[in-house]
Every structure is written in structure tokens, then in C-alpha cells.
Design a protein around this ligand. Structure first.
Ligand code: SF4
Length: 101
């Protein structure tokens, strides 16, 4: 189940696939962020590391996708049909990019 404070930061701001009203659907990126960061910490990281910028990590974040219910038949990025991952994936990819480059 989604939490509106995370949904605003992750899905509404970063995810091209977000559909309001489907609050029971949680992807791997959302699940990982919600488990490890408070929404205030996430909000701060987005601002401090300028995560609205376009950069992305080259390597795939398999640890996110491997725990995602959409991986099997609901994610075009995972299936290689799209270059755009979900919002949680984008946030973490940009964060790793900022930290490790
Ligand atoms: S990119 Fe796709 S498979 Fe990976 S975490 Fe996001 S929705 Fe799930």
C-alpha cells in the first residue's frame, strides 16, 4: 500500500507510469526507498543532490527490479522495450550517480 507523502515525491514527481488511484501497486523502487528513507530524508536528498537533473547510472539496479512485482509482465524497462524506468528507480539511479561519480 502506498503512502501519500512518498507517492508525491516518488511517483508524481518522477514516474512516467504513475496512475492515480492504483495505490495498492508498489514497484521495487518505491518499496526500497520507503523501507530505507523517511519521506523527509528523501525530500532532502532530492534537493541536496539535485535529483531532478537528467543523469542516470549506466549500470542496471538489479537489486530493485529483482524484488519488483511488475518485473514479470508489467515493466517495459525491465523487458528492454523502454529506456525509462519507474520513478523510484530513477531517484536511486541518480543518487548513486551523484555519490559515485
Ligand atoms: S524499473 Fe520496472 S522492474 Fe525495475 S523496479 Fe521499476 S517498475 Fe520494477
Amino acid at each position: 500500500m502506498k503512502d501519500s507523502s512518498y507517492t508525491f515525491l516518488i511517483c508524481e514527481k518522477f514516474c512516467d507510469y504513475y496512475k492515480p488511484g492504483r495505490e495498492e501497486d508498489v514497484c521495487g523502487g518505491y518499496f526500497f526507498i520507503k523501507n530505507f528513507l523517511t519521506h523527509r530524508e528523501l525530500d532532502s536528498l532530492i534537493k541536496v543532490f539535485s535529483l531532478n537533473e537528467e543523469k542516470m547510472l549506466e549500470e542496471k539496479l538489479n537489486f530493485l527490479c529483482n524484488q519488483c512485482d511488475f518485473r514479470a509482465d508489467g515493466c517495459d524497462f525491465y523487458a528492454g522495450k523502454s529506456s525509462t524506468p519507474c520513478g523510484g528507480y530513477i531517484i536511486l539511479s541518480r543518487l548513486y550517480c551523484q555519490i559515485y561519480s
